[in-house]
Write a protein that binds this ligand. Structure first.
Ligand SMILES: *Cc1c(COP(=O)(O)O)cnc(C)c1O
Length: 376
């Protein structure tokens, strides 16, 4: 399908080619080189993280984060259920067992009460969870005060899946820097892209060094090829890092534009009964990577709206299907509630690119309204 309006297409700044050219001119067309070192430094400067490691994808970053924390075969990892499957799969890569936690209805992220219940359950069973993975869904920061309190109280490391949340803030700190380890994605649909890539953030140099070692085939620091552990080929290429440098220069503009998109949709739709959005608390800033809307109490729902938009060549998507409803993960334990199922059933992701125009948003809004008002 060739869409006229995409959900979240790449948006180049025009400054990427300069860094790509430098990579070619210096012949650093490799998974090492000056763009990678500079991109890691620039990520630290932008996010305020002490250390950063650029890797081949957000999924690889999550895998490395679990390995750096020493998560192993048979361990329990508490994971947000409402997310993209890439959040959960790395838990299985390391042989650990995901336990899925439901969302709260305000930010749509991990419910602190359900998290607390699950921690108590496993502590009582004599099996302390090895890590917690939260997600800042569609850019909206989770309830970090409550979640950090629980993790610190029980001494369980927190991984922030900030793949969708570069540029979001929680009480003045950038998403991805509040937990023990944060991960970012630079996939083509994210707020900035390297065409494919990711990063791991941490203030703890030991986690980053361990991940860097494992991402480089676990090659021991000696001249001959010495390996005492199984490693991975997860480093980012110097060409991709060049794209990332050009993109990171305009991240503030991209956040501004995505937030403006959200404002535009919200202003047009907020008076319609049954329509709601993820809510931003005071002192919290979402990058509004995707504007997702819940539509309840109308005869026509997200399915009909998606079809109507599709007829006009407009791409929209459902909300992520919760992990505890997926065939691969259905039989695993889960904690409480059906908030994430409700969001999945009634939600729709609207086109949210930073290059979206107001006339395009007007077309989308008019179509959406015609579907729900027509059938009410
Ligand atoms: C995109 C995404 C990932 C994975 O990132 P990749 O770079 O595509 O591997 C992980 N978690 C969430 C929530 C994502 O949206």
């Amino acid at each position: 399908m060739k869409y006229k309006i995409y959900l979240s297409p790449p948006h180049m700044s025009g400054r990427e080619m300069k860094y790509i050219q430098e990579a070619f001119d210096s012949n650093w067309v490799a998974p090492v080189g000056p763009n990678i070192d500079a991109f890691e430094e620039e990520l630290c400067r932008y996010t305020g993280s002490r250390h950063a490691l650029a890797v081949s994808s957000g999924t690889a970053a999550l895998h490395l984060a679990l390995l750096a924390l020493g998560v192993q075969e048979g361990d329990i990892v508490l994971c947000q259920s409402l997310t993209f499957v890439a959040t959960a799969n790395p838990i299985v890569y390391v042989g650990a067992k995901p336990v899925f936690i439901d969302s709260e209805p305000v930010t749509w992220n991990m419910c602190p009460d359900a998290l607390e219940e699950s921690i108590k359950h496993y502590l009582n069973a004599g099996k302390k969870p090895k890590a917690v993975i939260i997600v800042h869904l569609y850019g909206m920061p989770a309830m970090l005060d409550e979640i950090l309190y629980l993790c610190r109280k029980h001494d369980i490391p927190l991984i922030e899946d900030a793949a969708e949340a570069l540029g979001s803030e929680y009480r003045g700190r950038k998403a991805g820097t509040l937990g023990d380890i944060g991960i970012l994605s630079f996939n083509g649909n994210k707020i900035i892209t390297t065409s494919g890539g990711g990063a791991m953030l941490s203030d703890n140099p030991l986690y980053i060094e361990r991940a860097r070692f494992l991402a480089t085939q676990a090659r021991e620091p000696v001249r001959h090829y010495e390996h005492r552990e199984v490693g991975y080929n997860y480093r980012m290429s110097n060409v991709c890092a060049g794209i990332g440098r050009g993109q990171l220069e305009v991240i503030d503009e991209r956040v501004f534009q995505r937030r403006a998109n959200f404002q535009f949709y919200q202003t047009a739709l907020r008076r319609i009964p049954g329509i709601s959005f993820q809510k931003e608390f005071a002192a919290i800033v979402s990058n509004r990577w995707i504007t997702a809307v819940i539509i309840e109490g109308h005869e026509a729902g997200p399915f009909q709206i998606q079809n109507a938009l599709l007829e006009q060549g407009i791409e929209s998507r459902p909300i992520w299907k919760p992990m505890h409803c997926q065939k691969i993960y259905k039989t695993l334990p889960r904690f409480e509630g059906s908030v994430s199922e409700r969001l999945f059933e009634h939600g729709i992701c609207l086109p949210s690119g930073s290059n979206l125009s107001e006339p395009e948003m007007c077309t989308i809004i008019a179509k959406l309204l015609s579907v729900i008002e027509h059938r009410r």
